[in-house]
Design a binder for this molecule. Structure first.
Ligand code: GUN
Ligand code: ZN
Length: 438
């Protein structure tokens, strides 16, 4: 198997950076080398040393002066919402009924699912995301399409067929039994095949009957190593309606709690309006709150209190995500730019090193996958991005005055988008430059 040696300014993170000066939290190699072999990072360090160990024959791809980082991880996005993104003028429940449900109904057509899955993963890669945690539609064929496309690209992705059996148009409703059967079949076919991971995906408490929640519970009992994804506490009207549907519950989180759905592999989208009791329950179970800033601003849902959740006596595990198509951009740079502004509206600032920790190692830790992705450690999987901080005239000009790595990262976050992603490697192979050529 041939190896490839990447050369550039290599940056990864060892832990949460406390401040913009906390370079001890980073591993940074000004003239670094990353040796990729068999889809894995076989060696890393100063370029000259890695090159000497690799031998004179190894082909070198010189990415200088660009930055080389672990690929971005997007912990919550909806594949079937590519033609929902940028739909005007509603809050969550109206947006679901007016735009989202009609669009998701089209995924009864397997061919449509295949087309959108292909374009979705193209777009994800173009923006520098190498792992996405995706919702498919209620139709099992949409998840089939997603996994087939993801497997062909050898991406490490996590996805699931949405379970929903009420409060949605008939064409989008499954039943408790069919959602269980379809999910079981998808797990058997796809979970652990290549780099594919299955996530049990009850959409949210509003669209699942208690009988379906029991099915989700049974699936998690039978497959305790799986991820689970759902939505929690996004919007005031949603919370109110949820409480009407589950009148016995103490609060929204209590519903998922009673069905045994909290836990370290459970990903809860939004978590904006949690009470202290709910946040404690999330923390005690190691559940993950997924911050979706562009979506929360676009739908007017509210301001996720990122730093307070991190600092509370019982801290929350947090990840960050695009939530396309409630979210408004595929780019995790654009996402963190909006995240910074949400945190600013909460009266605080997130330092740029912490932002990029979150998009890489932080999100990998939240997915319990940092032993495989998000770090550039030797032996981990070679999902890598190359970032160009001078990707457009405005960035190039601003770079003239940048003095530190933290300033450069902040520039990338504030002004960057897909144009700043010069190349993407998925399992050691170029994936962006080859889009549209196969
Ligand atoms: N809650 C339930 N479904 C959805 C969805 O598709 N997007 C968002 N943002 N919230 C949801
Ligand atoms: Zn969502």
């Amino acid at each position: 198997m041939t190896a490839t040696l990447l050369r550039g300014r290599i940056l990864s993170f060892l832990r949460w950076p406390e401040t913009a000066e906390d370079m001890a939290a980073c591993r940074y190699e000004e003239d670094g080398g990353l040796l990729l072999r068999d889809g894995v990072i076989a060696d890393a360090g100063p370029f000259d040393e890695v090159k000497a160990r690799a031998g004179a024959d190894v082909p070198v791809i010189d990415h200088r002066p660009h930055l080389i980082l672990p690929g971005f991880i997007d912990c919550h996005a909806h594949m079937p919402q590519m033609q929902v993104i940028a739909s005007y003028g509603t809050e969550l429940l109206g947006w679901l009924n007016t735009y989202t449900f009609p669009e998701e109904s089209k995924f009864v057509d397997a061919q449509h699912g295949r087309r959108i899955s292909r374009l979705f993963l193209d777009e994800v890669i173009r923006h520098g995301t190498t792992t996405v945690v995706a919702y498919c539609s209620v139709h099992e064929q949409s998840a089939q399409a997603f996994f087939a496309e993801s497997h062909e690209r050898n991406m490490l992705n996590i996805a699931g067929k949405v379970m929903m059996d009420r409060n949605a148009p008939e064409a989008l409703r499954d039943t408790p039994q069919s959602s269980y059967d379809d999910t079981k079949a998808l797990i058997a076919e796809w979970h652990g095949r290549g780099r594919q991971h299955y996530a049990v995906t009850p959409r949210f408490a509003i669209t699942s009957t208690p009988e379906q929640m029991e099915m989700a519970q049974a699936l998690m009992r039978e497959h305790p190593d799986l991820h689970l994804q759902t939505h929690l506490s996004e919007n005031r009207a949603e919370i109110e309606f949820t409480q009407e549907l589950y009148p016995w519950s103490r609060d929204y989180t209590d519903i998922y709690e009673r069905y045994g759905l909290l836990g370290p592999k459970s990903l809860f989208g939004h978590c904006i309006h949690l009470s202290e009791r709910e946040a404690d329950a999330m923390s005690e179970t190691g559940s993950v709150a997924v911050f979706c800033p562009t979506s929360n601003l676009f739908l007017g849902s509210g301001l996720f209190d990122y730093l307070r959740y991190r600092r509370r006596p019982k801290p929350l595990r947090i990840s960050v995500a695009s939530d396309v198509g409630g979210g408004t951009n595929y780019s995790m740079l654009r996402t963190m730019d909006e995240g910074y502004k949400v945190i600013a509206l909460n009266g605080e600032k997130l330092n740029p090193l912490a932002s990029f920790w979150q998009l890489t190692r932080g999100n990998a830790e939240a997915l319990s996958l940092s032993h495989r992705i998000g770090t550039l450690e030797k032996g981990t999987e070679a999902d890598i991005i190359v970032l160009d901080s001078s990707a457009n005239p405005g960035m190039r000009l601003r770079m003239e005055t940048v003095r530190t790595l933290a300033e450069e990262l902040f520039l990338l976050q504030t002004l960057g988008d897909d144009r700043a992603v010069a190349e993407v490697y998925v399992a050691g192979k170029p994936a962006k430059s080859v889009l549209g050529t196969k």
